[in-house]
Design a protein around this ligand. Structure first.
Ligand code: FAD
Length: 536
């Protein structure tokens, strides 16, 4: 009997993928050179014995018998469901600090068990935190209750992960919310959802919907929103299931109401999603530019030409280097990709390349063409994509070497991008200098729209052990204030959670906040679901 592959207790991904000491030393030398630091510390990794959890306030033995079969209160389960995988989470995990561990973890196997959990928690005055894959980077499910709550329970959807049906006529699949990317793709047969966030391997359909995740497509179907036909949600007040229609103009959309609800309006138990035949043609090209501004201009021209590339990512010189893109030689890079199950998209690629070369780009490697009569199955093959899925492992390893490393993302109209970019890079560089003595900032576009790009920034600097959380807060605040100054959104796809709440409150209309709070009162009269997230 082989035991299932274990996830790392605090770092990103599989435990067996965390680098060993020799690999960490090599990384320390490389990144130390990039940051101009002589030696990065190789911090000691915590063991289970180093974990500090407060005692649980609730006991499984005191629960109704019907709940005891799927609720746990042991420290392993509590610690494993305490944190997401943002920088704050990684640092606290590395310190063994589990101050916000939930008292109980429920993993219901069907809707009746979800209902029973909600009913018990409501009666017992316990706060409930819906949980999918635990990959939030914004402290989206951290079990912080209000004083009147008698305890906290994290409700994991991971035991509800079946693909229930695939309808080839409508091309819609009905999938339970706890399915991760690989699990649902495996159940879709000849179809695919083709939603590949960087967290694809561990994040879940329910989590994607609750956070309005951004996926594979750089244009057109950028967020999961565009792939969801209908949702089924269990709230403390009852069921919220939306109509299964391709489109509707009947008032505000109840399905959209749930998208981005971040566990505050109910537990998403399943959804009907639009699936596609797997692409058979895939074309990709890497275009080099002397200056980032030229690559931005090319991306704008392509986004506004109605070509809808699957990939249209600008990488600044540092991003190109970090992602090991072949054309990385000090210039900026535009990665282009077109795919189709139905026809050869060569004409669209040719047109996009003409627009890119008009903006000053060169494409020395030409177009890489792949045709697979059966349809492409794998999520990643190109070099940049492998580096893309590898990057989170790198981030965790860097945190264990005392590096302050995080990402943030936004969206802004094209006309404001240049000023925003200059301010963001300037403000974050200044903050890194002030709190870390130096550091680097890089930028790429994850998605592009006819009216503007979604820029994604990575920053890194040498942290001071013990002060990382304050240093991070200073840099994060500098970044978020720069976004706010230019009217850029606090998040294009990472969601709000607890981390972005101050800036989200400033971004949304006050009346909308009041309307959202009123909705919460209807579906969750006692305020037990994810308190403190989205509204008070
Ligand atoms: C390395 C890394 C890369 C990432 N890349 C991307 C990316 O490319 N695109 C992107 O959009 N995001 C990305 N993220 C952020 C994160 O993966 C997404 O927000 C994802 O959608 C969260 O899904 P999850 O299943 O892990 O949800 P969780 O982290 O478990 O929960 C996130 C939020 O959703 C709520 N929730 C979860 N499931 C349900 C449910 N069934 N019903 C109601 N509420 C629920 C939770 O209460 C919480 O508020 C990344 C994160 C990491 C760590």
């Amino acid at each position: 009997v082989t035991s299932p592959r274990a996830r790392h207790p605090w770092a990103w991904g599989w435990a067996d993928r965390f680098p060993d000491d020799t690999q960490r030393d090599t990384l320390a030398t490389m990144v130390g050179a990039l940051l101009g630091v002589e030696a990065l510390p190789r911090l000691a990794l915590p063991t289970a014995a180093d974990r500090k959890l407060p005692p649980s306030r609730l006991s499984v033995a005191a629960l109704p018998a019907a709940l005891q079969g799927f609720v746990r209160g042991d420290d392993d389960a509590r610690a494993a469901h305490t944190y997401g995988r943002g920088y704050l989470d990684l640092v606290r995990g590395l310190r063994g600090d589990y101050a916000h561990a939930p008292d109980l973890v429920a993993t219901p196997r069907d809707e009746s068990e979800v209902e029973a959990t909600l009913a018990w928690a409501r009666a017992a005055g316990v706060a409930v935190f819906p949980y999918g894959g635990g990959t939030s980077v914004v402290a989206g499910f951290e079990a912080i209750a209000r004083p009147e709550h008698h305890g906290t329970l994290t409700l994991s959807l991971r035991a509800m992960r079946r693909v229930l049906s695939v309808d080839p006529v409508d091309r819609v699949a009905h999938i339970e919310a706890g399915a991760t990317g690989p699990e649902l793709e495996a159940g879709l047969g000849e179809y695919t959802l083709r939603h590949f966030p960087q967290s694809f391997e561990f994040s879940t359909l329910g989590g994607w919907i609750a956070t309005r995740a951004g996926g594979h497509f750089a244009t057109l179907y950028t967020h999961i929103d565009d792939r969801v036909q209908a949702v089924r949600v269990l709230s403390p007040a009852g069921v919220w299931q939306t109509a299964r229609v391709p489109a509707s103009g009947a008032g505000p959309d109840p399905c959209r109401w749930i998208l981005g609800s971040e566990g505050t309006l109910g537990v998403i138990t399943s959804a009907w999603v639009r699936v596609l035949p797997r692409p058979r043609w895939r074309l990709s090209a890497s275009v080099r530019f002397d200056a980032m501004a030229e690559a931005v201009e090319a991306a704008r021209a392509i986004a506004q030409a109605g070509l809808h590339p699957a990939n249209c990512r600008v990488l600044d010189p540092l991003e190109a280097l970090l992602h090991r893109v072949s054309a990385a030689d000090g210039g900026a890079v535009l990665l282009l990709g077109f795919e189709s199950a139905d026809h050869d998209p060569t004409a669209a690629m040719d047109r996009a390349l003409r627009l890119a070369t008009t903006a000053g780009g060169t494409c020395p490697g030409g177009v890489l063409r792949r045709f697979d009569a059966e349809g492409v199955r794998e999520a990643a093959s190109a070099q940049w994509r492998e580096a893309f899925f590898e990057a989170p492992y790198l981030q965790s390893a860097l945190v264990s070497l005392g590096v302050l490393v995080d990402t943030f993302e936004t969206a802004v109209p094209w006309s404001r991008f240049e000023a925003l970019h200059a301010d963001v890079v300037g403000s974050v560089t200044e903050a890194l200098q002030r709190v870390c003595g130096g550091g680097r900032v890089s930028c790429r576009f994850t998605h592009v729209y006819p009216d503007g790009p979604a820029p994604y920034y990575t920053f890194l600097g040498p942290a001071t052990v013990g002060q990382e959380l304050d240093q991070w807060a200073a840099v994060k605040s500098a970044a978020s204030e720069a976004l706010a100054r230019h009217g850029a959104t606090i998040t294009h796809h990472h969601a709000v959670g607890r981390t972005h709440r101050p800036w989200y409150d400033r971004e949304r209309p006050d009346l909308f906040a009041a309307a959202l709070a009123a909705t919460r009162k209807v579906v969750d009269p006692t305020g037990m679901l994810n308190p403190g997230v989205l509204t008070d």
